[in-house]
Design a protein around this ligand. Structure first.
Ligand code: PFF
Length: 448
């Protein structure tokens, strides 16, 4: 009996942790702003295609490595390919998580500020374009931006150092459905505003004439970012799954949830952008301008604003735990006595790394690298280079280093996946993913 309970607990913990890592700023903050600056509908369709054809198989590949080896990322690659350079995929994942969390936490800080604002200001009667000014004025204050970034990373450190993420992730059973319901209400308000149809069309009707190599690379990065792929976090999360849990079913549900929330985010934002005469090209501040404007147009707007920011903060924290955990695990090397110290060291280093990003909407607003601010450069580097690169290496590693029969046996354990689906998956991983990512890279480099 007790064993049954344990298995159930670990299976539930796994799904909650993996979904908690996936669902966060990627779908809710990043998708609308990248779609807004990259042509809307065409971007969204390409993103969907990549999520299903590349993201889903890759998620299953990471799950398979983890459950097969029962080891966290770096050791997982080492145990399959001892004495080789392949464990560097795990190390690349650690470095990527470090950089990613440094700017993720800056946006987490913006949420903290907006949650505070939701409590303290009356949003009723404020004109939509005033929210843009409000964002600029707030976030350009260097002390506030750094302080908010600090508060967010501090919350992440405190939870990870105590090793209590699992307890918190448990509450996502309640928080996630609440976030979804609230989002549906926002969508209903947004699409019924005067002039909303323009926004729906912008987001859902593709205009492929505007597609460039960059749009494709951005959509690829977005697909990996929102599913937490390419960093081997999903390898670590599935490593303690001993039960006969169905890996394909878990992967499909996480992908389904991510697509659903991305769709809700787009439908909440773009109709309101057009109805309020705002610009879809605002970039990273987009949701912080548009959502308060939507809330100010509904009864009890402040209450919904508070609720939304609190739920968004929760979703963002569960993703941040996974990123910090990845860095901490590489420092502790399975020695639990080092957890506390490692969490503080990693967290403080990430905080320091994030300071230039926190200042990128204030004193460091001028471009520093390749015409981009520090924040935008880091976001570009991580989302569009490092995550796809990690994904490419994992897709090469799996068919090369794990025997096809072993893979089939691992995936079929706990699932009755038909062989035809296995073969489709295998070929997507072996050929389609590497070719698609390589083409996207070569295209942006101007080589093809
Ligand atoms: N998937 C997270 C989100 O969408 O907010 C971000 C993320 C977490 C990306 C962990 C990558 C990762 F390894």
């Amino acid at each position: 009996m007790s064993q049954k309970t344990d298995q159930w607990t670990s299976k539930l913990g796994f799904i909650l942790a993996a979904a908690g890592s996936a669902i966060g700023l990627g779908a809710i903050w990043k998708l609308p702003y990248v779609a807004g600056t990259s042509g809307g509908g065409a971007f969204f369709i390409i993103f969907l295609l990549f999520t299903i054809l590349l993201g889903l198989p890759l998620l299953l590949a990471e799950f398979t490595i983890g459950r097969h080896t029962q080891k966290e990322a770096v050791s997982a690659y080492r145990s399959i390919a001892p004495g080789s350079k392949w464990p560097w995929i795990g190390k690349l994942g650690v470095a990527t998580s470090f950089l990613l969390l440094s700017f993720y936490s800056v946006v987490g800080g913006w949420i903290v500020v907006y949650l505070y604002r939701a409590f303290t200001m009356n949003i009723k009667g404020i004109a939509p374009d005033e929210f843009a000014t409000m964002f600029e004025q707030t976030i350009s204050n260097p002390y506030l931006a750094i302080f908010a970034h600090f508060i967010f990373i501090l919350m992440t450190i405190i939870i990870v150092q105590g090793g209590v993420q699992k307890g918190i992730e448990r509450s996502s059973k309640l928080m996630m459905p609440a976030l979804f319901i609230l989002f549906i209400l926002i969508v209903l308000r947004s699409v019924t505003l005067d002039g909303a149809m323009e926004g729906v069309k912008f987001f859902l009707l593709p205009d492929f004439t505007s597609v460039t190599g960059e749009t494709v690379l951005f959509a690829l990065g977005q697909a990996f970012f929102s599913l937490s792929l390419g960093v081997s976090i999903m390898v670590t999360y599935s490593s303690y799954l001993k039960s006969k849990e169905s890996l394909p079913r878990s992967a499909v549900s996480i992908v389904g949830l991510t697509i659903f929330i991305s769709l809700l985010a787009g439908l909440a934002i773009f109709p309101a952008v057009f109805a309020f005469g705002l610009e879809p090209t605002e970039g990273p501040p987009l949701i912080f301008i548009v959502l308060p404007a939507v809330f100010s147009s509904i009864p009890f707007g402040n209450v919904f604003f508070i609720l939304f920011m609190a739920l968004l903060l929760f979703a963002t924290l569960t993703s941040a735990f996974s990123l910090l955990e990845m860095v901490v695990a590489s420092l502790t090397k399975n020695d639990p006595s080092k957890r506390k110290k490692s969490s503080w060291i990693a967290g403080i280093a990430i905080f320091v790394m994030g300071i230039p990003s926190a200042l990128s909407y204030g004193v460091l607003a001028d471009p520093v690298f390749f015409g981009l601010t520090f924040f935008d450069f880091l976001d570009f580097l991580v989302s569009n280079i490092l995550l796809p690169l990690g994904a490419l290496l994992i897709a090469i590693f799996v068919p090369l280093k794990i025997n096809k029969k072993t893979l089939a046996a691992e995936i079929q354990q706990g699932s009755n996946m038909k062989m035809i689906w296995f073969h489709i998956w295998f070929n997507l991983v072996k050929y389609v993913i590497p070719v698609a990512i390589s083409l996207a890279f070569l295209n942006v480099l101007g080589i093809i």
